[in-house]
Write a protein that binds this ligand. Structure first.
Ligand code: AGP
Length: 609
């Protein structure tokens, strides 16, 4: 998730306007930044790695000539956050510049093709193929216009994108296009703007045109021309007036980053399905060859490790040890060795306890693999192989979208391992892959259909003194995550444990009305879980069940329930089943008058041991 912006102004330089707008988009990505403008038939580019203020100090981002330009603030997915990978990217002639937000899946084969035609690439990014592709098309069709060449190029791209293209050969226009990644146009009397998000131009105009998927937009002063990429059909769309304050705009109209990020999960999960095959394969090979596999992390990321240990075992028959990082040195410091492989999971890639565990394993010649949301973080630098989970920056302290994305990557790894180890049939493989592809839609459906109901449940239980979160099998991880969310943002003391443990102690806490949340996917643990529900019900606990929509049996036992679409395979169930728990914690925090984005005593990334 990067931020792109650009403008054509009547009578002022574009660079200062682009710089200021990128600052308003910095929450979308902040590991490198760049701008390009056109002046007197020449393209000017400034870009470097680092936060916008740092790069501005070094290069003065206000000092580029020309009243037409584009800009980009980056959240790395392909290629480390280095100057060479920063956007804009240009073609061989240095006349065409492109900024891009999204992931081009087929960039590797297009790059090879273009290199065979003599194109020279400077970066490791997927984006750089776009200016070279346009250049190649124009070279082979000299009468073609920039718009036509961009259209041609788009037909060869697979993946998600919002892009903007400028060319010193046609210095009066900006050509933009969208497929899945957001793109909006802003207009006023003196200028036209494009951006990933409305906050970028809201202080300049509140007249916005939302661009739909599969549309190409040609901007010139006083004109916005939209057409369908597929058939060039012209689209007429009037601007809408945006009633947001700049602060609201950064949250896209949501009251808090946390609820915005919960709602972003469907698109994040679609992105996560695009992790780079090559690295996922490499990682599953290392896991397959390992004698011991340690899954190490803290907090929410540890819960992803716990769930993954069930996925690896159930699908690939691979035993793995989920270890809380702050305990790794004590628990495994002496047993980890050259035959050990550690998969360290950290959305920030900077959590001190996790990095300390990594160091311990490295000192004992263990192999380090990494799963992170932050390309360029320490974890990526100490890992033999790492995967970027592509959730985009997570501003809310409470991890939500990064958790479900971690689970999706781990499920993909487990499937690859299962295939490599011949533990599942091709039919089962196809079935699970099909289901995994549907998970983003499933999460979308849960949010749309159940959010209101969860709000009511939060209101009903807002004065509860404590909560239990129970699950069996892989849902134990979901229960732990539900508990952590409620504790960290609503400050409700909560306890989670495998439901089978109830009668070994915790059940003594149960009194009439004591809220117990049960996570109830339809899996092999169902029968015994119903027994656990009965145990609690017999002591008048209030049963809140997260269940499948047609599960009449458990609905009858529950005082309150939230429905999840049926037919989700057990090993994938933590992804959709955790979403109602994220929402419960969020609305409980609101009911209790707390700000979900800034939980007391907590920071987004814990870099001290
Ligand atoms: C989760 O909501 C918390 N923010 C916290 O537990 C977090 O998961 C933990 O600190 C690990 O962070 P990491 O994924 O960046 O390593």
């Amino acid at each position: 998730m990067c931020g792109i912006f650009g403008c054509i102004l009547k009578d002022e330089d574009a660079a200062p306007v682009i710089h200021a707008a990128l600052k308003r988009l910095e929450y979308r990505g902040y590991d490198s930044v760049g701008e390009a403008t056109i002046y007197e038939g020449k393209l000017y580019v400034k870009k470097d790695q680092g936060k916008i203020d740092e790069v501005h100090m070094l290069h003065n981002l206000d000092d580029l000539p020309g009243s037409l330009g584009v800009g980009h603030t980056r959240w790395a997915t392909h290629g480390a956050p280095l100057q060479v990978n920063a956007h804009p990217h240009v073609d061989c002639s240095g006349q065409i510049a492109v900024v891009h937000n999204g992931i081009i899946e087929n960039f590797a084969e297009l790059r090879l093709e273009l290199e065979n035609h003599g194109h020279v690439f400077k970066s490791k990014t997927d984006t750089e193929i776009i200016p070279h592709l346009i250049e190649e098309i124009l070279k082979n069709n000299s009468s073609m216009s920039l718009v036509e060449a961009v259209l041609e190029a788009l037909k060869k791209l697979q993946g998600s994108y919002s892009i903007a293209v400028i060319s010193s050969k046609e210095p009066d226009k900006i050509v933009c296009a969208r497929n899945e990644s957001p793109l909006v146009i802003g207009v006023n009397e003196k200028a036209v703007y494009f951006a990933s998000d409305i906050p970028a131009f809201l202080p300049l105009t509140n007249k916005a045109i939302i661009v739909d998927d599969g549309e190409l937009v040609t901007l010139s002063l006083g004109n916005v021309a939209i057409k369908k990429i597929a058939d060039s059909q012209v689209v007429v769309r009037e601007p809408k007036i945006i009633e947001w304050t700049p602060e609201m705009a950064v949250k896209q109209g949501y009251p808090h980053f946390m609820i915005k990020e919960i709602h972003e999960q469907p698109s994040c999960l679609r992105n996560t399905l695009r992790v780079q095959e090559h690295y996922a394969d490499l990682m599953s090979t290392f896991l397959d060859r390992a004698r011991d596999v340690y899954l190490v992390a803290c907090g929410t990321s540890y819960h992803a490790c716990l769930a993954s240990s069930y996925m690896f075992s159930k699908l690939a028959f691979l035993p793995s040890f989920p270890i809380i990082a702050s305990e790794f040195v004590e628990q495994c410091g002496k047993s980890v060795n050259i035959d050990s492989t550690m998969l360290a999971v950290s959305q920030s890639g900077e959590t001190a306890d996790t990095l300390a565990s990594v160091n311990t394993a490295r000192q004992r010649a263990g192999t380090i693999l990494g799963l992170t949301n932050t390309i360029g973080s320490t974890l990526t630098r100490v890992s033999r192989v790492y995967i970027g989970q592509q959730s985009g920056p997570e501003i809310g302290v409470a991890a939500t979208k990064t958790f479900t994305s971690q689970l999706s990557v781990m499920a993909q790894l487990a499937l690859r391992l299962a295939k490599k180890r011949g533990k599942v049939s091709q039919d089962e493989m196809d079935f699970l892959e099909e289901k995994l592809k549907k998970i983003p839609d499933t999460v979308e459906e849960i949010i749309q259909k159940q959010e209101g109901k969860i709000k009511q449940i939060a209101k009903k239980y807002k004065d509860a003194k404590t909560f239990f979160f129970l699950g069996r099998g892989i849902s134990t991880a979901t229960a732990y995550e539900g508990r952590l969310k409620l504790m960290e943002i609503a400050y409700v003391p909560a306890i989670a444990f495998p439901a089978g443990e109830s009668k070994h102690g915790p059940i003594s806490l149960i009194e009439p009305g004591f809220p117990v949340v049960f996570i109830c996917p339809r899996d092999e643990t169902r029968k015994t879980l119903i027994g656990n529900i009965m145990e609690m019900k017999a002591r008048d606990a209030s049963i809140i069940a997260i269940l499948e929509e047609d599960d009449e049996e458990i609905k009858k036992l529950a005082d309150d329930y939230v429905e999840v679409p049926r037919g989700i395979p057990e090993v994938l169930s933590p992804i959709p089943f955790v979403v109602p728990l994220q929402l419960l914690a969020y609305y409980m925090a609101l009911e209790r008058g707390f700000n979900p984005d800034k939980p007391r005593n907590l920071a987004k990334s814990v870099t001290v041991k």
